[in-house]
Design a protein around this ligand. Structure first.
Ligand SMILES: [Zn+2]
Length: 285
């Protein structure tokens, strides 16, 4: 089983997002993508689902994916390089209408086996993104996977959810949501603080029991938890729902688990604050 130690590389989710984007295009019969057309779409994907960065560099995955042997960039010779860099300036990629496509062998394989698009997409999602984001990413890149095969096979500890929910007494650690159908908790998840895909362990101290709304907004980085205090991102905003679901909890402590040794491990929270949380924390009195 693969695990990633330390912080993930800057582009750890950027290339996977580009591949998913290109697969979505492929599915719509478009094998070649122009940088000019890809740039705004990829930037939006990186901002929503990638690690937070101070500046956007969609040209990096677009250019560097060539190194992985699955991507061919068609660029005229003599493109001006970035100062001190090994890739062309972004303006050159735009102005010279640089285009790219999957490498010939990948295209041959995709054409031969129509199920391959879904298989690759599923594999990439499982390896790089938490399950709570899979549907959103697929929607964003315009990929359709057959519903009959969307059940993910994961080599993961099925008891994790139960242990984390028990640790938080079957309530959302943020809002206390604890709706049951009969005796079964519903719309309540065990969220990983440090993503499983980034080497996060399946232990109580790497989990929060969260309702689906807080799970999704936590995985998208709309809020984080620092030293037990919930902090809302200055990039998150809205009217209906925003006040009630997020700002009402800003600057307040999240619930503690029933045992002190199950409290979130600070390193995992730091990872979330660095790799998932978007922007800066809003002002807190
Ligand atoms: Zn909640």
């Amino acid at each position: 089983m693969t695990s990633v130690s330390g912080s993930r590389a800057a582009n750890a989710t950027h290339k996977p997002l580009l591949i998913l984007y290109a697969l979505g295009r492929w599915q719509r019969g478009q094998s070649v993508v122009a940088f000019r057309q890809t740039e705004p779409d990829l930037t939006a994907l990186m901002r929503e689902f990638g690690a937070p960065r101070k500046s956007d560099h969609p040209e990096r995955p677009f250019w560097h994916l060539q190194r992985d042997g699955v991507w061919t960039v068609h660029a005229p010779s003599g493109l001006a390089l970035m100062t001190g860099g090994d890739i062309p300036r972004i303006g050159e990629l735009r102005a010279r209408d640089v285009r790219a496509e999957f490498s010939p062998d990948v295209q041959a394989a995709l054409s031969t086996d129509p199920r391959l698009v879904a298989a690759i997409a599923r594999r990439i999602l499982e390896r790089h993104f938490p399950e709570s984001l899979h549907r959103d990413i697929l929607r964003a890149v315009g990929l359709t996977l057959e519903t009959t095969t969307t059940v993910t096979r994961r080599k993961r500890d099925p008891a994790f959810r139960q242990r984390v929910l028990k640790a938080y007494e079957y309530r959302c650690a943020v809002c206390g949501f604890d709706v049951r159908l009969g005796s079964v908790s519903i719309a309540l998840d065990a969220a990983h603080i440090r993503w499983h895909q980034a080497g996060g362990p399946e232990t109580e101290d790497n989990g929060f029991s969260l309702c689906v709304l807080h799970h999704k907004t936590f995985d998208l980085g709309a809020f984080t938890v620092r030293e037990g205090i919930l902090l809302v991102s200055d990039q998150a905003n809205g009217t209906t729902g925003f006040q009630e679901a997020l700002m009402a909890h800003h600057g307040r402590p999240v619930r503690d688990p029933q045992r002190p040794d199950w409290k979130p491990e600070p390193h995992h929270l730091e990872w979330h604050g660095r790799e998932v949380f978007k922007g800066e924390a809003r002002h807190c009195d």
